[in-house]
Design a protein around this ligand. Structure first.
Ligand code: NA7
Length: 564
């Protein structure tokens, strides 16, 4: 029996036992926090349920050493409140996790959010109750809650995945996943530490762990192209200058491809001389943040001929930084061009491999056979004498990204249809915010929206505003139900596929294309919407001739039902 059917049968008997709200928000990261603030301003009776025991989402869970923004801090903070902008001083251009979590708590305190948040409540299922025209959410602790609207603020990178390696739970030493890092201090001094995984988390963690470790062994399956972060402190005078330019900074973010301060160079790489290309590459490589990735020639991430010289430039940089060229060979990706996977930003990552106490193991040459109680046993040609003993294994093995956090909640819409089944061959959404068959469910930072490319708070603010406008509009008109039409959903999904197909990134396996080799059913690439900065208004322009529901036409296209 489906959960929805079961709910129908037992609704009368059990509905009273559920907590009742007008809006349920799942997740108290930045999206959930701002959504709660806006709902309260609009007078909705809203409740946020959060699995963790504090606010912050990503910054609550990812406490691993080296975790920090890759966005300029002053572009990442919320822009919606002038008071907040006046009161908060960033200490570094790319702020670290402890400070980022302090920022989240500062927001929670400033807007008195915690009184409307239930912590330690992990949602396990959510079912649409057609008869009552509302959602019921069940939590792992047995608690239940009901509301007309369900807003998911569950993050695109919040479902950590362990590697599928035999014996992964046999290890008796310390074992930590970067996305589930403990709250107590972890020491690496004098220890033999393994890190598995070299994505953005691994690159940050490896660089920091290498500073104090006894011996570090890095297990790398696929090398990634990294670029220098070039972080620095912000003094009082610089902060005053940033504060004076906030309006200009956020206006700039609204115009750029990824809502960062970096805008693509208007020239095509293939149309300028080799000297001009080299000059821009050199300039951008020496700039902070995603300048090299996002400020590069406009065709760099769409045309292989434009991508090749950029990739060759970074290859030379890596070779110049790593002393042993055999190690450099392993660190240089060969199966994808620069920027076609999420670019980890680094602060001395390549130099780590010049340290005598750091070893790089290339899993393409020698795979892991299994994890044992004491370490890692290698397969292939290695003998047991070459196997590794460790005091600690750090799993920097990533997340079931974008749709994984949805899959971990059993979400059932009309007629008991499961979201997981609907999305089995890739997500289908309307604007990434609504799904046909799932009335009154709004998905902040869901697939086909900001999940992959955006400087997230910029897109979070926009999406929260859209959802808040929608709910306010419905209440003003006495409407009780909103649902994307199948045709609007199809139009948007096709639009995402068409635009995504233009990127080289779509030819590469990574979390950005929804691939995770550790998760069944995640082997096929799913397109992401490549234009977060284009946002909903450009989505409207791009599809003006099509019957696509938009913010302006939402009363025409998604089905809105009037209260009886
Ligand atoms: P990523 O970028 O998905 O990286 C995960 C890493 O773990 C990557 O190097 C994987 O290699 C590696 N991995 C995963 N499973 C295995 C197994 N079974 N064996 C060996 N290596 C494995 O996750 P991150 O947490 O680093 O970053 C996610 C995002 O968070 C980041 O981009 C930022 O936006 C914030 P693979 O590439 O699959 O060969």
């Amino acid at each position: 029996m489906t959960i929805a059917a079961e709910l129908d049968r037992t609704r009368d008997a059990t509905a009273d036992a559920a907590e009742r709200w007008e809006v349920i928000v799942i997740g108290a990261g930045l999206a959930g926090m701002y959504q709660l603030h806006r709902l309260r301003q609009l007078g909705f009776k809203a409740r946020v349920y959060e699995a963790g025991h504090g606010v912050g989402g990503t910054w609550y869970w990812n406490r691993y050493p080296g975790a920090r923004f890759d966005s300029e801090s002053w572009t990442y903070g919320f822009a919606f409140s002038d008071e907040l902008l006046r009161e908060w001083d960033w200490q570094e251009h790319f702020s670290g996790q402890p400070e980022n979590l302090r920022y989240c708590n500062f927001i929670a305190d400033k807007f008195d959010l915690c009184r409307d948040i239930t912590f330690g409540a992990r949602a396990k299922r959510a079912a649409w109750d057609e008869a009552a025209n509302e959602w019921e959410v069940a939590f792992e602790d047995g608690r239940r809650a009901r509301a007309r609207f369900l807003i998911t603020a569950i993050g695109p990178l919040s479902a950590p995945t362990m590697p599928v390696i035999e014996g992964v739970s046999d290890f008796k030493g310390e074992a930590w996943h970067t996305g589930l890092w403990p709250q107590h201090p972890v020491s690496f001094a004098g220890k033999r530490v393994a890190v598995i995984g070299t994505g953005a988390s691994g690159v940050q963690a490896i660089t920091e762990i290498a500073k104090t470790v006894g011996h570090l062994t890095v297990f790398q399956r696929t090398p990634n192209w990294c670029a220098p972060l070039r972080n620095s402190a912000i003094d009082a005078e610089t902060m005053a200058g940033i504060r004076a330019r906030y309006a200009e900074i956020f206006a700039r973010c609204r115009e750029t491809w990824g809502c960062f301060v970096h805008a693509a160079d208007p020239r095509n790489a293939v149309e300028v001389s080799a000297e001009e290309r080299e000059a821009l590459y050199e300039k951008l490589y020496n700039m902070p943040g995603f300048a090299f990735w996002q400020g590069n020639f406009r065709d760099s991430l769409m045309d292989k001929a434009a991508n090749d010289p950029m990739t060759a430039f970074v290859t030379r940089k890596i070779r110049g930084r790593v002393k042993d060229q055999k190690v450099a060979d392993k660190l240089i990706p060969t199966n994808h061009g620069f920027g076609t996977r999420r670019v980890p930003l680094e602060s001395g990552y390549y130099e780590v491999f010049n340290q005598p106490n750091v070893e790089l193991v290339d899993l393409r040459e020698t795979p892991i056979e299994r994890i044992t109680a004491t370490g890692i046993k290698m397969g292939g040609i290695k003998t047991s004498s070459a196997d590794y003993a460790f005091d600690m294994i750090v799993f920097a093995t990533g997340f079931d990204a974008i749709t994984g956090s949805f899959d971990r909640i059993d979400i059932q819409g009309r007629n008991g249809q499961r979201l997981k089944d609907k999305w089995a061959d890739g997500p289908h959404t309307y604007l990434g915010l609504n799904v046909a068959g799932f009335p009154n469910m709004l998905t902040l930072v869901g697939p086909h929206n900001a999940a992959t490319f955006c400087n997230l708070p910029r897109c979070i603010e926009q999406n929260v505003e859209w959802v808040s406008d929608l709910l306010g509009y419905m209440r003003g008109k006495g409407l009780t139900r909103v649902e994307a039409t199948p045709s609007a959903e199809e139009t948007w999904t096709n639009h995402v596929h068409e635009t995504g197909a233009r990127l080289l990134l779509m030819q590469v396996d990574s979390w950005m294309t929804g691939v995770n080799k550790n998760v069944a059913g995640r082997q096929k690439r799913a397109p992401s919407w490549p234009m977060p900065a284009a946002r909903l208004n450009i989505g409207r322009n791009a599809t003006r001739s099509r019957p696509l529901a938009t913010k302006d036409s939402r009363s025409a296209n998604p089905r809105l039902r009037r209260k009886l």
